[in-house]
Design a protein around this ligand. Structure first.
Ligand code: THU
Length: 128
């Protein structure tokens, strides 16, 4: 389990990224932060498209950024939305997270709550 400082850094990164979310179609802004094996944090936001299916979720944006920067594995992913109800990663994002970590932490956050899970709580069995 990661320490509080790292967790707070991830929260700050995800919050900041959510401000940059491009979500004119859903008006649902999501920010994510991915922590790699070296302790580096990468932020992502959802980026929508007028051709809806091309939309990318914040979680995958963050993970792909990490991989492009040389991350070898993902230790934790934090998802932030400024909503009352916490946002859970979609099935597609869970499968992508599973590609880069054995059983990483998944932290769901809004402005007042943080709930910690493990990937396997949300995706007990993955494809592959
Ligand atoms: N979305 C995310 O970015 N992450 C999630 O965990 C859930 C959904 C985005 C996709 C789309 O831009 C918007 O939220 C509404 O589904």
């Amino acid at each position: 389990m990661m320490n509080k400082v790292t967790q707070n850094k991830m929260l700050a990164a995800a919050k900041k990224a959510a401000l940059h979310a491009y979500a004119p179609y859903s008006d649902f802004k999501v920010g994510a932060a991915a922590l790699d094996e070296q302790g580096r944090i990468y932020a992502g936001c959802n980026v929508e498209n007028t051709s809806y299916g091309l939309t990318i979720c914040a979680e995958r944006a963050a993970i792909f950024k990490a991989v492009c920067a040389g991350a070898k594995s993902i230790k934790a992913v934090l998802v932030f939305t400024d909503t009352k109800k916490l946002t859970r990663p979609c099935g597609a994002c869970l499968q992508v997270i599973a590609e880069f970590g054995e059983n990483p932490e998944i932290i769901l956050a809004n402005k007042s709550i943080m709930r910690r899970y493990r990937l396997k709580d949300l995706l007990p069995e993955r494809f592959g």
